[in-house]
Design a protein around this ligand. Structure first.
Ligand SMILES: Cc1cc2nc3c(=O)[nH]c(=O)nc-3n(C[C@H](O)[C@H](O)[C@H](O)COP(=O)(O)OP(=O)(O)OC[C@H]3O[C@@H](n4cnc5c(N)ncnc54)[C@H](O)[C@@H]3O)c2cc1C
Length: 402
């Protein structure tokens, strides 16, 4: 089949790769001049298969007042009367109920596992074998016993032994992240997963797009803005960009938070809402932890990107541009205070603000739309990088092999 994939974020690039691998002729269309420039750009860089708890949970519902009042340092849910936000909020609250939470959690676990195995398959076929990881392993730290117990309950101790999870005490945490031993911060312990990984998304996307997939490659069209879809007898027959027309049998929309706007009239609006996060990228020092760190209380992650350290996190909605800028600076100051020495904090911080395309369930929408031949792969929220390979595998299942 001739297939157009729209959007070259981590989701679109992986989808284009997997469809090419399945024998289809793929054109990948992106409005920017390269891959991973949207939400995928400077994210936390974690392939985090072991911690996939959905945000909508009974625990989140209990803390909601703090989030709404802005008293939690990591999450600030600004109010808005936008109908899309109110509808999303109601559905989010429904998903905080235990039964929905358990179901969403299991679905996320299944997608994480499929993502891990799909990325392993991709990697085995890439010549010279590798998508070069920079961060190896992931440590999630807890400041008190109750948090550690919650963490143990939500981590995936898989019976097949794929997740090498270990519960660590304070001293063992400080061996992995020596900075912890030198601050007066109270740490109770943590959970370490040896098999979680980190890698810059730009490197990931470039590696996939430059690799021959069974002697073929997707054709990539940068600097082309998708405008509309041409239908013949009610079915997708071409994609029109601002400059070209691409005849095709199917379209896969991997447009993240832009999906509803770009496909207005072709799809039923999806419950995807932008949840803002921030990152800073600083030169690494000799003390930069090799493994990734999740600082649970303050809701950010630290990733080793080789020469650089990426600190990414916080979850906010409906903040003004001015407040958003202040939040990015808050992230920098919090990291400087709690994690001194791991990066050169006097260097240019390379502030970045990104919008997680969140669904209330915490699961991406992967399905054929009401327009025959138009498929959606969007709404990956906080886990788009981790879930990209499994989501692409599901798209291949839906579309079929060539
Ligand atoms: C602070 C932060 C930290 C995060 N950390 C992690 C992490 O550690 N691990 C993880 O798994 N996930 C993480 N995420 C989530 C992850 O970044 C997202 O889920 C993921 O990037 C979504 O990818 P995407 O390809 O769907 O969207 P995008 O990356 O936004 O890609 C969509 C693409 O579509 C293009 N596009 C839009 N409209 C058009 C058009 N009309 N024509 C052509 N092209 C168009 C855009 O230019 C863009 O390139 C984080 C997110 C944030 C904000």
């Amino acid at each position: 089949m001739k297939i157009c994939v729209l959007g070259a974020g981590v989701v679109g690039v992986t989808t284009a790769y997997m469809l090419t691998r399945a024998g289809h002729d793929v054109v990948l269309i992106e409005q920017a001049s390269g891959p991973a420039t949207g939400t995928s750009k400077a994210n936390g860089a974690q392939l985090s298969y072991s911690y996939v708890e959905p945000f909508a949970s009974p625990a989140t519902a209990r803390k909601l007042t703090n989030y709404l009042l802005g008293t939690d340092p990591g999450i600030k849910l600004g109010l808005s009367l936008k109908p899309s936000y109110l509808a999303w909020g109601v559905r989010f609250l429904r998903n905080c109920r235990r039964a929905e939470y358990e179901k969403n959690f299991q679905n996320r676990e299944a997608l994480a596992e499929l993502s891990r195995s799909s990325l392993d398959e991709i990697e085995a076929e890439i010549p010279n074998g590798a998508i070069p990881r920079t961060g190896k392993g992931k440590l999630v730290i807890a400041e008190d016993e109750k948090t550690l117990n919650g963490l143990i309950a939500s981590a995936r101790f898989s019976p097949d032994g794929l997740n090498e999870l270990q519960v660590l005490n304070k001293l063992e945490c400080a061996e992995l992240a020596p900075t912890l031993g030198r601050t007066d911060r109270e740490i109770f312990g943590g959970v370490y997963c040896e098999t979680d990984e980190a890698l810059d998304t730009q490197i990931y996307c470039s590696t996939l797009l430059s690799a021959n997939v069974r002697n073929r490659k997707p054709v990539v069209k940068y600097d082309e803005r998708f405008e509309t879809i041409e239908l013949t007898d009610g079915r997708v027959s071409a994609v029109l960009t601002h400059e070209n027309s691409y005849p095709c049998d199917a379209v896969i929309a991997c447009l993240g938070g832009e999906t509803n706007k770009a496909l207005n009239g072709f799809i039923k609006p999806l419950p995807i809402y932008p949840v803002q996060g921030y990152s800073i990228t600083l030169p690494a020092t000799a003390e930069a932890p090799v493994c990734s760190i999740t600082d649970l209380k303050h809701k950010f992650v630290i990733a080793n990107l080789g020469d650089a350290v990426r600190i990414a996190g916080f979850m906010d909605t409906n903040l003004s541009p001015q407040r958003s800028k202040a939040r990015a600076e808050e992230l920098l100051e919090t990291a400087r205070r709690l994690w001194p020495g791991i990066a050169d904090y006097n260097a240019e911080p390379n502030f970045w603000i990104g919008q997680r395309p969140m669904t209330p369930e915490g699961l991406p929408v992967i399905k054929e739309s009401r327009t025959p031949g138009l498929y959606i792969n969007a709404g990956h929220g906080s886990m788009g990088y981790t879930f990209a390979a499994g989501s692409a595998a599901r798209v291949v299942e839906l579309v079929g092999r060539a």
